[in-house]
Design a protein. Structure first.
Length: 241
């Protein structure tokens, strides 16, 4: 696995507002649309390879987010995911649609990304979308952690401060990392949300609210928000890199 892309899946009626919001939040230009129904577009950083994309969907899936895992051997990684308990649909489209044992949707695709984007600079400091947090119901916790560790080959460790998190050791060349969070309550499937790293999460949250986000709550190390499409995400105090 060589690269990770976050895909924002948004219902068509709220897609334009959501795409504009994320373009402004990241400072990335939205590409021309593509696909049979013009459903796909890419958020293009000023430098480096993209790691965020958007998709217009008929029905928004749980979490309104999925990830693409990039590899030089699409079929090989998809078959490995199946061996580890994932579902897989081979559609002869150049990629494979999969579901983790806990139901988190991901796609296995070819490897176009290699150069890291730089954090964007704002009056309140730098920020960058650099993580997908996988929200795991308690009954799925151990199995889901084992699946993602085995599939990625990344080391998983307990978080030093928060017992509900496990961190994955992301290779330096990968922009978008993965974090695992054990939820307090059950839910039907594993979902995911984006995390931003920020030099000043309070100032960054105020900037997002001015662009159309809604603040959901503040915690010791992060601020939870909701984008114009109703998708939750977090701003953390981690240093953008």
């Amino acid at each position: 696995m060589r690269w990770v892309t976050g895909f924002l899946d948004t219902a068509r009626e709220s897609a334009e507002a959501a795409e504009t919001f994320w373009s402004r939040v990241t400072g990335y230009r939205l590409s021309a649309s593509r696909g049979d129904r013009d459903e796909f577009a890419t958020l293009l950083p000023p430098s480096g390879d993209p790691h965020l994309r958007v998709q217009r969907v008929v029905q928004t899936p749980p979490g309104a987010l999925h990830v693409d895992l990039h590899t030089d051997d699409v079929r090989g990684l998809a078959e490995r995911a199946e061996e580890l308990g994932a579902s897989a649909s081979y559609l002869d489209l150049g990629y494979v649609v999969c579901g983790s044992p806990g139901g988190m949707t991901f796609c296995v695709v070819g490897h176009p990304g290699a150069v890291r984007a730089e954090p964007a600079t704002w009056p309140g400091g730098r920020s960058m979308v650099d993580q997908v947090c996988l929200d795991v119901p308690p009954s799925r916790w151990d199995a889901e952690c084992a699946f993602w560790a085995d599939l990625t080959g990344w080391t998983v460790t307990d978080h030093p401060r928060y017992a509900e998190f496990r961190r994955m050791a992301v290779p330096d060349e990968v922009v978008l990392g993965l974090l695992l969070q054990r939820l307090d309550d059950e839910q039907p499937v594993v979902t995911g949300h984006l995390d931003l790293a920020s030099d000043d999460r309070t100032a960054e949250a105020a900037r997002h609210v001015a662009l159309g986000a809604r603040e959901l709550g503040r915690h010791d190390s992060w601020i939870a928000l909701e984008d114009p499409a109703g998708r939750s995400y977090c701003i953390t105090g981690r240093t953008p890199r």
